[in-house]
Design a protein around this ligand. Structure first.
Ligand SMILES: C[S@@+](CC[C@H](N)C(=O)[O-])C[C@H]1O[C@@H](n2cnc3c(N)ncnc32)[C@H](O)[C@@H]1O
Length: 280
């Protein structure tokens, strides 16, 4: 592996905080495009203050959780479903963040937290796996205190496909055989789409819904760095991202603020009993 080349690809003037992290640590913990860049962009719109209780929802290998603790002195609950909680705890301890980051293995519809517990919820490259359900945000807001914030970054679209047709550069195999557009990309949407979806929840106000400038380029550089290091989990998507050059593919950010409205936990198996209790 050419370490200088990889370092160059991972150094970005837009992301000064992320630049301080060891490329090998980043690449070892990868589960997708460099999550520190996406989180650093998110925190430009969602300020994290020292001591805040933050839920990192779909934290993967907890790189973003370590970043939140180290950069902002946040107390972080690192929740994930596909990763091993023992591995995450080891990574958190090795990063020296065992007093500020708590790893938890749980599915996003079964969050084991009290109502109004968090000052902020953030989710990087994960919300698209469960958050397109119209009812999910309603559930999630339950765990955020009034005036608390929710910040999401996910892969998305700069514009809808013309005539609804998937363009060839995304649907055809790249020279390495990998097709960019897999079935799970069906949850890629525009910032407008996410704004409309989130705006249906009366327990929040959407403050920001936009796209990361040059997001496709950052994603591509991340793919090339992973490929060069031999640590990518999947064959590279760099060629398709280059061909796209941001016409369609990039990253969407949504930031919202919780208001005082209350609601039920729609995924609570004891929902009926709790409603009956309240009515008594
Ligand atoms: C592409 S990975 C990104 C991980 C990490 N945020 C990052 O950017 O490196 C998507 C993550 O979403 C999590 N995820 C997907 N569906 C989930 C669910 N239903 N509940 C909790 N986590 C989920 C997975 O466990 C996975 O770690």
């Amino acid at each position: 592996m050419n370490e200088d080349e990889i370092r160059r690809l991972l150094q970005k003037s837009e992301f000064p905080r992320s630049n301080r992290y060891d490329p090998a640590w980043l690449l070892d913990g990868n589960m997708g495009p460099n999550p520190l860049w996406l989180l650093e962009w998110l925190t430009e719109a969602l300020m994290i203050e020292p001591g805040m209780r933050v839920l990192d929802l779909g934290c993967g290998k907890a790189l973003t959780s370590v970043f939140l603790a180290r950069e902002f002195d946040a107390r972080v609950f690192a929740v994930d479903w596909w990763t091993d909680v023992d591995d995450n705890w080891r990574r958190i301890r090795d990063a020296g963040e065992s007093s500020r980051v708590v790893p938890i293995h749980v599915e996003a519809h079964a969050l084991p937290f009290a109502e109004d517990f968090f000052d902020a919820v953030i989710s990087i490259d994960a919300y698209q796996y469960f958050g397109t359900d119209e009812l999910y945000l309603h559930y999630l807001t339950r765990f955020v205190r009034p005036s608390g914030r929710i910040g999401l970054v996910m892969p998305g679209l700069a514009r809808p496909f013309s005539d609804g047709e998937l363009p060839r550069h995304l649907s055809q195999p790249q020279s390495n055989g990998k097709v960019f557009w897999e079935d799970e990309c069906a949850s890629f949407h525009t910032a407008e789409w996410w704004k409309r979806l989130c705006g249906q929840c009366n327990r929040i106000a959407v403050d920001v819904a936009d796209m990361l400038p040059e997001g496709w380029r950052h994603w591509r550089d991340s793919e090339i760095a992973l490929e060069r290091s031999g640590k990518g989990l999947f064959p590279s998507d760099a060629e398709a991202l280059d061909a796209d050059s941001g016409r369609y593919i990039g990253f969407v950010r949504v930031v919202a603020t919780r208001n005082e409205a209350r609601g039920y936990n729609l995924y609570d198996p004891a929902l009926v009993a709790s409603v009956e209790r309240e009515q008594r």
